[in-house]
Design a protein around this ligand. Structure first.
Ligand code: NIG
Ligand code: FE
Length: 410
């Protein structure tokens, strides 16, 4: 049995027994921090915590690893509820094209973007894809990510979508953090179906989904609802087919245009609606009517130079906000959530406490992990983040670009 005691913790963050599963509106400013604390873990499960003055209860010191966290903070691991971690190759050439004046949408219309990633992924073996992806997951863990959602969507054919989902399944089995799989066959129309949307949607519904159900390859279903991609009606049809095989919706909406996808997704019981760079009053009204987590991806806004999601407006309407990385080779080549934390503060005017709630409690909700992740509470099986020595918690988003996460502890 692996036992770990972390002692002399400068601040034990987000700890307690009666913490909510969602923080919204003004409550997002609340962040419990216990100063001068200890934390005990047994086989990855939180078994005790409290002020250092009360840590005398540990009597069995055999096989106990003791970590001295003098000057350091301990936080629940970040939950990254939206990533495309499985992909074949990076896309720096499109980055340079954008510097030279092309927009992300123009590059996509020329056959770059998602279709570019799909061509490269089709050529890569499942084993090579798995190895490359595993290295990425390890890097994300070194940044403090302790739960990870990963989407398919660079396959766009029956074989390649299944290949991606099987890689995610292997990552679930072989990586030490919780991983959730999302089927995103509706990420783009492949070139041969550009003028035949019906044909591709039929392929998704009649060919891909039955195999996914048979092999148990996905937890969620996603659609990129956007002009030049999937319309609201097309999204609804695909989501309903996913719901029929037990997949909960979790969708890409309102990245470049507000088409009404949020209202439809909320109506269909989506777990989260993600991106939201564009937001209209009708979207706010729809979000208030359901339990869907609005999720903002500020690193994508930063990299594509598009608007940042309006987190303050959501919170002013007593709604919750989650933050995620959107790690992918096209719009967000960074999966570093400390940077997301910083962007949320600097560009979206979230307080450090609000942004950390968005990366822990609310992000855990957005991937159905509230029972095990998001807070430091007895019985939870979440890894925890040990920071480096820092003067206070706000120093992490303040000192952007610094790697202030020392490691994850299980
Ligand atoms: O979330 N917007 C759609 N999908 C991804 C980007 C995909 C890509 O460019 O490879 C996103 O930003
Ligand atoms: Fe995405």
């Amino acid at each position: 049995m692996a036992k770990t005691l972390i002692k002399n913790i400068k601040g034990l963050v987000q700890c307690g027994e009666d913490l909510p599963q969602i923080r919204k509106g003004a409550d997002m400013k609340n962040l419990p921090i216990l100063e001068d604390a200890f934390l005990a873990l047994e086989d990855g499960e939180i078994i005790a915590y409290g002020p250092m003055s009360e840590w005398g209860g540990i009597t069995d010191w055999r096989d106990l690893e003791v970590i001295d966290a003098e000057g350091k903070y301990v936080l629940p691991a970040f939950c990254d509820s939206h990533t495309h971690t499985v992909f074949a190759k990076s896309r720096e050439e499109e980055f340079v094209d954008r510097i030279n004046g092309l927009s992300y949408e123009e590059i996509a219309l020329k056959g770059g973007g998602i279709l570019n990633s799909a061509r490269r992924l089709a050529e890569m073996s499942e084993d090579d894809l798995f190895e490359a992806s595993k290295v990425r997951v390890e890097r994300l863990m070194s940044y403090g990510t302790g739960a990870l959602e990963i989407k398919s969507g660079y396959g766009l054919s029956v074989d390649a979508e299944l290949k991606m989902l099987r890689v995610i399944k292997r990552l679930k089995e072989e990586c030490p953090i919780a991983i959730k799989a999302t089927f995103l066959g509706a990420h783009a129309f492949p070139t041969e179906y550009k003028e035949n949307h019906r044909g591709y949607i039929d392929l998704i519904i009649n060919e891909m989904l039955p195999k996914i159900a048979e092999e148990g390859l996905a937890d969620y279903i996603d659609v990129f609802c956007e002009r030049n991609y999937f319309s609201v009606e097309e999204m609804a049809e695909i989501l309903e087919a996913g719901i029929n095989i037990g997949l909960k919706p979790k969708v890409h909406v309102n990245q470049f245009s507000a088409l009404g996808g949020i209202a439809k997704a909320v109506e269909l019981g989506a777990l989260s609606v993600d991106h939201l760079e564009e937001l209209e009053e009708a979207d706010i009204v729809a979000l208030k009517s359901g339990n869907t987590m609005p999720t903002i991806l500020p690193s994508c806004s930063h990299f594509l130079s598009i608007p940042f999601g309006d987190a303050r407006r959501l919170m002013d309407n007593n709604l919750p906000v989650a933050l995620a990385s959107d790690f992918n080779p096209g719009s967000t080549p960074s999966g570093n959530l400390s940077f997301v934390w910083s962007l949320a503060c600097v560009k979206m005017k979230m307080n450090p406490e609000e942004a950390l709630n968005a990366l822990t409690i609310n992000a855990a909700y957005a991937m159905d992990l509230s029972e095990t992740h998001g807070t430091i509470s007895l019985g939870k099986k979440t890894p925890v983040i040990l920071t480096k020595e820092i003067p206070n918690l706000a120093y992490i988003p303040y000192a952007f670009g610094d790697q202030l996460i020392e490691r994850l502890i299980f």
